[in-house]
Design a protein around this ligand. Structure first.
Ligand code: ADP
Ligand code: ZN
Ligand code: ZN
Length: 825
């Protein structure tokens, strides 16, 4: 019998809008399957990992198909449902399937030939019984430090080095450099414990302390020992992570080593399960009658195959309701995806969920290194006993390989961090959740105290069912919201830097009650910058139309858009004056001021700068929880769903900045943000207070926040949006055109808008200059397309694609990059 020739269409992780057809070598005929990873030659002499999308017998007519090099494993790593989701996403968000693949697969599953390989940092001794090729690679790495996969192919004289590299990765001998960039956190940690001689005998221990006290020379050792005892006793742990002990500035390594040598301390490396907090499950709360009612309502809608929006005021106990729903899904052996807008939030939620579900909870987000991500991936897909039933994560966890998804919960669904801005796919995980759920026959629950107006509208239209919770759990009152009139105080000269005397008074009162404070500063436009004291010229990026942001510790001015950086200049570029100075209203500045006003209080910032490392959020949050921090100063991060017991006061430092942002959603957003931040005040025992600093206390958005009147703000906004043709009544597609040549961008944008106008007439807005008209020396123009919700989105996108294709057929204009953003937020 003649054997058939098979072809596979492969998804390649590049921005080209096609699948690529390859020929299957005969010996692999019965090994290929859909969703499997294959190594394929691509372009001149590159190798990529691709995913098999289709298997068939049709040779491509336009080109002669190359052979796939090899298959990486015998089973699919991506399920058919996932592939369907990828297809949908590429179509709906008008991007390439390869871009979706890039976003969806964890790095460790998609080696590309430019990827750099390095020795595994934990590698001490190179094991014996390696193959010759493996040894060659390790030798070369020892000399060179890092090698690309292409380099390695040359060294071992194999066209495809991936299988060998994969083996080395699996043996933990090498790793991909990206992994290290994302901060490699060793699986093992050093722990310190007392030698049993001392741990078990108080007398011995006291004798030792006396000895150390007796000599000035052992003062440092005494310090270490006492700190250890303090931490150990307070937390009732026998072993303390070395890191934790060294976190104290007064403690250094060397006395620790001395005590180890003297046999006082034992230092041991323990394997800590990266993804486990070691907590066991089964601590579930009794629901209140109101929670039970909400739960029943949700379930009865689910039974009728309806998805639900849970609109419950802050601290109404939504999380406990989710928890019950998850429990029921898990009992039916279904998986649950719990989407959160920001990983800062996962910390607290995870702790709560682990208490109920133990090790069945997996976490997935960008601060995990690729090995951890791959591990979560595997434990989502498995049917083994280590299967995750509950997956908690930010938007990308939508791409996990669920087996039998039963429920997707989108918490704080109004947050725009569910939308990915850059790069493509520019998807919104909240919206895509509905598509994924449908594919699995699963339900969706959106939850928020301040639902996105779009979602609320869908509920009104009957596309979603709405369930409401009006009261805080335990009948705690909603916080009292007060305004500080900045304009008045400025006139009366009672402002102290950015603090009104009113806010300072309220803070003092709060401290009298031994309560904690959260101060919120909007992220936009607060970054510290340098300005000329004479001519007010602000130092700008030379490549972008933005001012440079000052980083104090590094004494550098950097551009947040293109990454350019320089030292602050000595002279003003505009007038030559040397009176340059730093200006700032950022969290760093707020922290400095706070230290001056309340010298005996402990402030701490939570913003992008202080939370870069993986456990930074957790540390700050738990320190605040434990009362080690008096004032938490933060940006958007502090607004979202955090749950503290002892916050008496929340201060919103600059409400005007939010309200005045030029965007059709700015009122909606300001309302959400202020209400959410306010919701952090006084959650458990008593009524909290909120102070909003503004120049316009009568502004109607602020008035609505004070009254907690979501509905009437919503109604007013809907009226405006309908009148001016904005979502939810119309859909939007935003186009961003970029090129170095300003004239070419302008010309192209004009031509493109004209093409769209042929069909969409006045529904095309622009071309406009965006807020930042130049980034990294690329000039930018934007075009906005609105179309009726009722019109066929597929048809609209077809027309749009045709217009883009027409531009791309022009030899000049094709050079301009056109970025398509469907449903911008
Ligand atoms: P939301 O998510 O609506 O903001 P949470 O679920 O965080 O509210 O609940 C607010 C507070 O009330 C939390 O501290 C939570 O532990 C507590 N709480 C909620 N429901 C219960 C319950 N049924 N039993 C005990 N405590 C509860
Ligand atoms: Zn100047
Ligand atoms: Zn720049």
């Amino acid at each position: 019998m003649e054997r058939q020739t098979l072809f596979v269409d492969v998804i390649v992780p590049v921005s080209i809008p096609n699948l690529f057809t390859y020929r299957v070598p005969l010996e692999l005929n019965d090994k290929v399957c859909i969703g499997q990873r294959v190594i394929i030659p691509f372009g001149k002499n590159k190798l990529y990992t691709g995913i098999v999308r289709n298997i068939h017998e049709n040779a491509p007519s336009a080109y002669s198909a190359k052979y796939i090099e090899t298959v990486l494993e015998l089973t699919p790593v991506v399920s058919k449902i996932q592939l369907k989701l990828w297809d949908w996403m590429a179509r709906y968000y008008m991007c390439c399937i390869g871009e979706v693949m890039n976003a969806a697969l964890p790095v460790s599953l998609k080696l590309a030939s430019e990827t750099k390989v390095i020795l595994h940092p934990d590698l001490n001794i190179i094991p014996e019984n390696l193959s010759e090729k493996e040894e060659l690679i390790l030798d070369a790495l020892e000399i060179q430090g890092s090698l690309s996969i292409e380099d390695i192919s040359k060294i071992i004289q194999l066209k495809s080095a991936q299988p060998v590299i994969k083996k080395l990765v699996d043996k933990r001998l090498v790793m991909m450099e990206e992994e290290l960039k994302q901060r490699y956190v060793p699986k093992e940690q050093s722990f310190i414990g007392l030698h049993p001689d001392y741990a078990e005998s108080e007398i011995q221990l006291n004798y030792l302390i006396e000895q150390l006290e007796a000599s000035k020379r052992s003062e440092k050792q005494l310090n270490v020992l006492l700190s250890f005892l303090h931490i150990s006793r307070q937390s009732q742990r026998e072993w303390i992570p070395k890191k934790e002990l060294l976190a104290d500035e007064n403690i250094t390594e060397s006395p620790l080593k001395t005590l180890q040598k003297a046999g006082v301390f034992l230092i041991e490396n323990f394997e800590i399960n990266r993804l486990s907090t070691g907590e066991e499950g089964q601590e579930s709360k009794e629901l209140s009658p109101d929670q039970n009612r909400a739960l029943d309502e949700i379930k009865s809608h689910f039974d009728k195959d309806k998805n639900v929006l849970l609109h419950g005021v802050t601290s109404s106990g939504k999380t406990e309701v989710y928890s019950k729903l998850m429990q029921e899904a898990v009992e039916e052996d279904k998986q649950v995806l719990y989407l959160l807008p920001e990983i800062a939030l996962t910390t607290q939620i995870i702790q709560r969920l682990k208490k109920v579900f133990g090790d069945a909870v997996g976490i997935y987000h960008s601060k995990f290194n690729p090995n951890e991500r791959a591990e979560v991936w595997g434990r989502t897909m498995t049917n083994g006993s280590d299967k995750y039933h509950i997956l908690v994560g930010a938007r990308s966890s939508l791409f996990l390989p669920f087996q039998n998804l039963g429920l997707i919960i989108v918490d704080e669904e109004h947050e725009n961090t569910f939308k990915q801005f850059d790069p493509a796919p520019r998807y919104n995980a909240r919206d895509a959740a509905f598509v994924l759920a449908k594919m699995h026959g699963a339900k969706v629950l959106l939850g928020s105290a301040t639902p996105a107006f779009d979602s609320y509208w869908k509920a009104e239209e009957g596309q979603l069912e709405m369930v409401e919770m009006h009261k805080r759990f335990g009948d705690v009152k909603m916080p009292e919201i007060l305004c500080a009139d900045i304009q008045k105080e400025t006139r009366k000269k009672t402002m102290r830097s950015m603090f009104s005397s009113f806010l300072i008074e309220q803070m003092e009162e709060c401290f009298k009650e031994n309560e904690q404070i959260i101060l919120f500063q909007n992220r936009r436009g607060f970054a510290p910058y340098w300005q000329c004291g004479k001519c007010a010229n602000v130092i700008q990026c030379s490549r972008c139309d933005v001012s440079l942001t000052y980083h104090k510790r590094a004494h550098l001015l950097t551009c947040h858009y293109c990454g350019y950086s320089q030292h602050p200049p000595k002279k003003c570029g505009a007038c030559g004056s040397s009176e340059l100075e730093m200006r700032s209203f950022g969290t760093e500045k707020i922290e400095e001021e706070i230290k001056l006003i309340f010298p005996d209080k402990v402030p701490k910032r939570m913003d992008l700068d202080t939370t870069r490392s993986k456990y930074a959020y957790e540390n700050i949050i738990s320190e605040f929880d434990e009362g080690k921090i008096d004032i938490l100063i933060g940006t958007q991060m502090v607004s979202k769903g955090l749950d503290f017991d002892n916050v008496g006061l929340v201060g919103i430092l600059d409400a005007d900045q939010m309200i005045n942002y030029p965007d059709y959603k700015s009122f909606e957003r300001s309302y959400q943000l202020m209400s959410q931040v306010a919701g952090r005040a006084g959650r458990k025992k008593k009524r909290g207070k909120v102070v909003i600093q503004t120049t316009n206390p009568d502004h109607w958005v602020i008035q609505h926040v004070i009254r907690g009147d979501y509905i009437s703000l919503y109604k007013q906004e809907m009226y405006e949006r309908k009148k001016f043709a904005y979502p939810p009544f119309f859909r939007l597609i935003e186009f961003t055109l970029k090129h170095k040549d300003e004239h070419l961008v302008n010309r192209t944008a004009e031509a493109f808008a004209k093409l769209l106008e042929q069909t969409f007439k006045t529904r095309v807005l622009g071309p406009d200059k965006p807020l930042i008209p130049r980034i990294n020396n690329q000039f930018i123009k934007s075009v906005l397309l609105k179309f009726e919700r009722e019109s066929s989105a597929n048809r609209v996108k077809e027309i749009v694609q045709n217009a883009i294709d027409e531009i791309k057929s022009d030899t000049q204009m094709r050079k301009v990059r056109i970025i398509v953003n469907v449903d911008p937020v």
